[in-house]
Design a protein around this ligand. Structure first.
Ligand code: BGP
Length: 467
């Protein structure tokens, strides 16, 4: 049987973010963001005590990295994020040194033949705004609107593909609901307030993008999107009514919420109603419907790592008095990436594509992140010192194969970005789990060394044949 192929105009690239790569956390007027503050307050929370300060040293290495992307990996496009805390000062005015860095980066990417996709917010709230209430305070939504407006005006002629947020489900969950990220809040209802206000901020971001377009500030073919982690929901075989209800709400909160917002400019009414019935009242203000209506996008990014498996909850309410809609369901057949504790289920991306094609037929989307982080990867070096990461080749091959099938079956998927194509800083996991096709050698001044998978990826990216 011949190898599956991807369409010739399908793009292949990579994704990363400002806070996980740039480094130079306190130079040239950069303000502290929440990751810097957490690193300062308790470095012991970070794997091997590696805080946010250096990223993967991208601000030093960026020209070489862009060459690696293009020449060694064969990629055509790369996403990063602007750091709000680097670009603007505490008065919401442009920090010239911060702006200068992004101008330099976008020019270097262009010279290297890499199209730069730019996202505005990647879990990196400036700390002074968090201290004013963060996403729980509508004034911070206004501050985001100002940030977006200034970013479009400053870089509108340099960048074509823009995104308002990366994974707006994650900060509510990790920082406000599960208490995994500083300052470790555990409150489902506060998490939903944050989710709601981020939705308003997204819609305002799209609105100022459209205004910048009308004012002639953007490139003629500029586009705006949202990136979210879409985790197709599954439950047990032969589910009960209560299991299916758990699926409805978890799918509603994590997936449909954002899909409805970006395609219809509204939130799923059934989800909002059930939340209210269970005592989780969103901070809806008069006029919000009109704001949300402006949140429809040109296209969507889908980050896919793992599916969600849920079942009916064993209790209705948690310790904080907040509603519980589901418990985890452990599928006995699950294949795990033990390093990260995430299930590997490549067919999930196909299922997402088919659901999107059925329920949101006009939506164009791409896989904006997908990747495999492995702990202790240095143990897989061969005699010449190269990491032999056949598992990564296998992981990407399987996902690309399901994407090719989804396209064949009618999914409107136009590209693929691998997460962390060069090893980078994974939040409080720091450099524990490595994602790259290119190793970052922390013992050798952050030196970049291609792993075995790099040559394989180059072949696929330049031929579109999944070998
Ligand atoms: C996504 C984030 C990325 C990245 C990735 C891998 O959720 O958008 O920022 O970190 O997951 O996860 P981790 O680094 O936690 O292993």
């Amino acid at each position: 049987m011949s190898n599956p192929t991807l369409p010739q105009d399908f793009f292949l690239g990579a994704a990363f973010s400002g806070p996980q790569t740039e480094g130079r956390w306190a130079e040239d007027g950069k303000l502290e963001n929440l990751w810097d503050t957490w690193s300062i307050e308790n470095i012991d929370d970070f794997y091997n005590k590696v805080g946010s300060y250096v990223g993967n040293d991208f601000m030093t290495m960026y020209e070489g990295d862009l060459k690696l992307y293009k020449e060694t990996l064969g990629l055509d496009s790369v996403r990063t994020s602007i750091q709000w805390s680097r670009f603007l000062d505490e008065n919401g005015e442009i920090n010239p040194a911060g702006a200068e860095w992004y101008h330099r980066l976008f020019a270097a990417a262009k010279a290297a033949g890499i199209e730069m996709f730019v996202n505005l917010y990647h879990f990196d709230m400036p700390t002074y705004l968090f201290r004013r209430g963060g996403w729980e305070n509508r004034e911070v939504v206004d501050a985001y609107e100002n940030y977006a407006r200034k970013a479009f005006a400053e870089f509108g002629q340099e960048v074509r593909c823009w995104f308002t947020f990366n994974e707006p489900t994650v900060e509510p969950e990790q920082r406000y609901q599960e208490g995994n990220w500083w300052p470790f809040i555990k409150n489902f209802n506060r998490a939903r307030t944050v989710q709601y206000n981020i939705s308003i901020a997204h819609a305002k971001g799209v609105q100022v993008f459209r205004e910048a377009q009308s004012a002639g500030l953007m490139l003629p073919d500029a586009r705006i999107g949202l990136i979210n982690a879409f985790m197709p929901p599954y439950t047990k075989e032969n589910p009960s009514e209560a299991d299916l209800e758990a699926v409805r709400m978890i799918d509603g909160i994590n997936n449909r919420w954002w899909l409805d917002l970006v395609t219809k400019g509204q939130l799923p009414q059934d989800v909002v109603e059930t939340l209210a019935e269970r005592g989780c009242v969103l901070p809806i203000r008069p006029g919000d419907d009109e704001i949300l209506a402006r949140g429809t996008v040109d296209w969507l990014g889908c980050n896919y790592y793992q599916p969600t498996r849920v079942q009916a909850p064993s209790r209705d309410v948690d310790e904080a008095g907040c509603p519980v809609f589901a418990d985890k369901y452990v599928w006995p057949d699950a294949v795990m990436n033990e390093s990260r504790g995430w299930e590997v289920y490549p067919k999930g991306i196909y299922d997402f594509g088919m659901t999107a094609a059925r329920d949101y037929p006009d939506l164009e989307w791409f896989v904006s992140e997908n990747g495999m982080g492995i702990e202790g990867e240095y143990k897989n070096r061969d005699e010449a010192g190269q990491i032999q990461d056949d598992y990564r080749i296998d992981f990407v091959r399987q996902h690309l194969t399901w994407i090719a099938k989804a396209i064949e079956d009618g999914a409107h998927c136009v590209g693929y970005h691998y997460w962390g194509a060069i090893d980078n800083w994974s939040w409080n996991n720091a450099f524990k789990n490595r994602y790259g096709f290119i190793e970052v050698d922390l013992m050798e001044g952050y030196q970049r060394v291609p792993k075995k998978s790099a040559a394989w990826l180059h072949e696929v990216a330049t031929t579109h044949v999944i070998s």
